[in-house]
Design a protein around this ligand. Structure first.
Ligand code: CDV
Length: 313
């Protein structure tokens, strides 16, 4: 048996502060048309696709912050994306900064099916960085200041012929993100990221940026028997270099497609959702082999010494 979803990972190159939303949406539509020409069922865009990665700046005026947020979806500016998708009959997922009618701020990802129905929404839970101005850094990472922690855990939606889930950027480094969806039989995880190569609190990690990116996505895919579609916003954005290496990872843990550039680039793969079955039914048959009742409570300080160090970003 096979259940094929043809997926396009739409890596996006740098988006500068001066690039307005219509210009970004135009780039997204171009990638969408290319995906449709490859008969993609689904196209996946990065985290915070519509603007530059604004948490790199300390902003005191809330109006300046809110200018990066979307109050409605679709809006006049994003409608061309939704219209084109409906015309082409393609599903899509992308990240954006969400400002709710109640005034709450989230780092959000949306899943829209081929009929244009908004089937799923996820709000980022693992917000990296810091909440106060830290001038010693080459650039800020103020996600903890500008966003609230997501309030609705990780959902899995039956859409596009399979069980689809979403996570956002830093979530991919945490096994819990994958496992929460693995426990809901996820078959494909859609994941956008903005990852600066330089990690100010731990510059010794910089040379390993791509390796760590691949390591976590490959492990998460394998350990949960799921496809992972990881999509970067990359290139040099406002002087900050961000990694690319957008990847489509099979439930085997293997990368079957990877971007080669640091710019707008579509990678396409025919993903058989039934490839998840042998992993979910054998080595990672959770029902049969997981032993949560034996994992025990976490006992603080069973003699272990906590690591020292300042906050990570
Ligand atoms: N946007 C992110 O969540 N970026 C983080 C960086 C700051 C470490 C990441 O995990 O890629």
């Amino acid at each position: 048996m096979s259940r094929i979803i043809t997926v396009g990972a739409a890596q996006m190159g740098a988006i500068q502060r001066a690039d307005n939303r219509p210009a970004v949406v135009k780039r997204m539509v171009e990638l969408m048309r290319e995906a449709a020409s490859h008969r993609c069922d689904l196209i996946v865009y990065p985290e915070l696709t519509l603007t530059t990665f604004f948490p790199r700046w300390w902003m005191e005026n809330q109006d300046d912050v809110d200018a990066f947020f979307e109050r409605e979806m679709p809006s006049n500016e994003t409608a061309p994306l939704f219209n084109e998708a409906a015309k082409l009959g393609i599903g899509f997922s992308f990240g954006y900064a969400e400002l709710t009618p109640e005034g709450r701020h989230f780092n959000t990802a949306l899943l829209v099916d081929k009929t244009g129905r908004q089937v799923g929404k996820y709000r980022k839970i693992h917000l990296p960085g810091h909440a106060e101005h830290e001038p010693w850094r080459a650039f800020q990472h103020l996600e903890k200041r500008y966003f609230e922690v997501g309030d609705r855990s990780w959902g899995v939606w039956n859409a596009l012929g399979g069980n689809m889930g979403m996570m956002i950027c830093n979530d991919r480094r945490w096994p819990e993100s994958y496992r929460m969806m693995g426990l809901q039989s996820v078959e494909m995880i859609l994941l956008g990221y903005n990852t600066p190569r330089h990690n100010p609190p731990a510059p010794d990690h910089d040379r390993l940026s791509e390796f760590h990116n691949q390591l976590v996505m490959q492990a998460g895919a394998y350990q949960n028997g799921t496809w992972v579609v990881g999509v970067a916003k990359c290139g040099v954005e406002e002087g900050c270099e961000m990694i690319g290496a957008s990847s489509i990872v099979a439930p085997t843990g293997e990368i079957i497609g990877q971007a080669l550039t640091q710019g707008d680039e579509l990678i396409v793969a025919r993903c058989d959702l039934d490839l998840t079955r042998s992993y979910k039914a054998s080595i990672f048959n959770f029902e049969m082999h997981r032993q949560p009742e034996h994992y025990g409570r976490i006992v603080q300080q069973r003699g272990a010494v906590p690591p020292e160090g300042r906050s990570e970003g």
